[in-house]
Design a protein around this ligand. Sequence first.
Ligand SMILES: [Zn+2]
Length: 316
Amino acid sequence: MIGIGIDIGGTNVKLGAFTGEGRVLAERRFSTDSGRGRADFIKRLSKAALELKGSLVGRAVSVGIGMAGDIDPDAGLARFSPNLAGWRNLPVAGPLEKALKLPCFLENDANMAAWGAYASELKGSGGSAIAVTLGTGIGCGIILDGKLYHGAHGSAGEIGHIVIRPGGARCGCGQRGCLEAYCGSGAVMAAARSLVKAEASFIRKYADPARPRFNTVCLARAARAGNPAARKVWRDMGESLGMGLAGAVLLFNPEYIILTGGVSRAADCFLPAMKKVFAGQSIATPFRRVKIKVSRSADLGVLGAALYGLHRAAGR
Ligand SMILES: [Zn+2]
């Protein structure tokens, strides 16, 4: 059984074919170029997927597609895609089904990354998990009793825009005090910039020599080396993340919290502060029992889409 996974982002579209165990068989990518128009995009998407399907030795049985934006999973439609020229009501699953003659399932990209983390880390154990993608933005997928939870209109899991500090920092969404405005990579680096005075020497001292940048990787290395400013930034971030996730734990009592995405690679720097927030909660049981895992890979969008497609196709 082979599943095709597609991750549609504002810059690139990534495609991959995977076995049910998550072994990659083939990969493709092309640049999104949404400026060329929606009809042209769908044509290029179908072509790339067809080529991938044609290159496989075994038989693909399903396609999962993750896409950023406001997605209607039932209709296979992208209701609004801010990163793709602001397209509205773009049918994605339908045209692909027609071209590939395979069942296609469209989801929000955070849901697909969440499914990837859940399926590959927990081997689809059937339990309940909150899978959080930590990157520029903060996405979240909710898996309840082994099923991805969509909410009534496909919008469940928008944890990045839960307000943790009323009147606080401005978020990209326009609101103030969102979790993302404290824990997104942009917010973390803005906090670092305000504390680290000599950026150039900080980079020289702590950055990965192969990528000498002032980024979350550099900031994590600095914290591990004991730099007090870096340690404070991660401590504050962990505390904010703990506040945001505490709401989810109280609401869903998940068995697992799985952290994925680029910033999750710094989990050793922020988890102690997050756990401290959990330990201070008065409804103690769900916080004491929840298992916190960091996914082995930071980039699970394509794999998650492929595994989710297989999961859905099997349930048909
Ligand atoms: Zn927001």
